[in-house]
Ligand binder design. Sequence first.
Ligand SMILES: Cc1cc2nc3c(=O)[nH]c(=O)nc-3n(C[C@H](O)[C@H](O)[C@H](O)COP(=O)(O)OP(=O)(O)OC[C@H]3O[C@@H](n4cnc5c(N)ncnc54)[C@H](O)[C@@H]3O)c2cc1C
Length: 432
Amino acid sequence: MRVTVIGAGIGGLALAQALHRADIDVVVHDRDAHVGATGGYRLALDRPACEMLRRHLGPAHYQALLGSSAPPSASRTLTLADHRLRPLAEQTFDPADEALFIGRVPLRTLLAEGLGDRVRFASTYRDHEVRSDGRVVTHFDDGTTEVSDVLVGADGVRSRVAATLAGRPTSTPCDYGCIAARIPLTAEVRRRLPAMLADGPGLAQGPGGLGLFLTAHDPAAGATVDPATCREVAAITEAPALVWGLIGPEAVLRPGGTALAAGALVAHARHVLRGWSPALLDLVAATDVDTAAYFGYHTCDPDGDLTPWPAGPVTALGDAVHAMPPTGGGSAATAIRDAGHLADELVAARDGTTTIPLATLRFQQTMAGYAPSRVRDALGLLRSMQRLSHPVASGVARVGLPAVAAWHRVRTSLTGSGRPGSAVADHARVVS
Ligand SMILES: Cc1cc2nc3c(=O)[nH]c(=O)nc-3n(C[C@H](O)[C@H](O)[C@H](O)COP(=O)(O)OP(=O)(O)OC[C@H]3O[C@@H](n4cnc5c(N)ncnc54)[C@H](O)[C@@H]3O)c2cc1C
């Protein structure tokens, strides 16, 4: 069996690793120039994603992921505050729960590790056709073609593969987005960190539906596995950073719909944050402007059919199918989970215990069981932020608690602990 994957992002590479380890011939194409050509924010991966990676990667490979990840103990408490840093509510988590907190660049680099020339960069999918013998011919922008038994669209939001299958785009813009960047975590910056970041991330919510998410990311300060022991597959230890994301309406963060250069983005973020706590403004002023980027949020319809096409040799996974705003922190994890299920089904098809169309059908049905709730969680948090578009007053705590509730649901599924969907009052508390 030969599988062509479009997109060497998180889901596409996780699938390629799993297939490669199962001795299935797989080739991944990505339009990016190289593996490091991607946004440098930090990803949180939940227990199902960790389980998938542990099962489908070699042990040395998974060890390197742990050696590159900040420990869950660094994300013990999520604090919600107002824009003047007055605490509103907090949520504590069990640090024993399995999770990975890893930069997107190290994760992508490690997922490409060992695949060699099976990953082809600067190769852009154009379209495909299914031949009468059931095989798929994929056409690329450079005029080349590739013939395979299965084609998988792991080409993220605005997926061309999924749009070709569905006959329409599979997601729509949310009119919300995020300016994300990193602040080098120097001794001076550490001294200036607000108290709310002492035990984990913080979300400061302000007027106009804006939220500033901050998290200290320091894998060197106590990775779960000692990076020095990762000899077969080397760990990638990122420089310590305070990662921030200013979340808000696209009309505010991207006035006139124009793309701003990295330096101008940070200046614009500081302008938007006028009137917020001086401590936050001072921190944002210390940003490494080269790391700044704007990301527009997209979402699928979690109540619609995620894969509205007849099952066959072409399918799609990850953001290509179930785009969601990253506010829920679950989209990369869901893409990895998809990759694990699809790999299992394709191995069964290769072994003759199912057919390729039945394998993709079962994968799509399984995905429909868990992906919509992740999308709803992500949208729930975004909506609670949008409710804060109204002036911040005493009612903010009432609005804030539902936001923590949304985070709680996300984290509950992030860690696999607790009772999914359970009442947040058991776990979150309003700070008076
Ligand atoms: C600021 C920000 C913060 C985030 N934080 C989190 C978080 O904390 N936790 C979390 O789970 N998720 C987070 N996410 C989302 C997460 O990064 C994505 O959900 C995840 O990467 C999706 O994986 P994927 O494989 O579906 O797509 P991607 O990883 O986006 O990969 C798609 C790939 O397809 C390639 N591609 C696209 N079109 C073509 C084409 N025509 N031909 C060839 N290649 C193509 C792209 O170059 C890309 O490499 C965040 C996203 C943003 C923007």
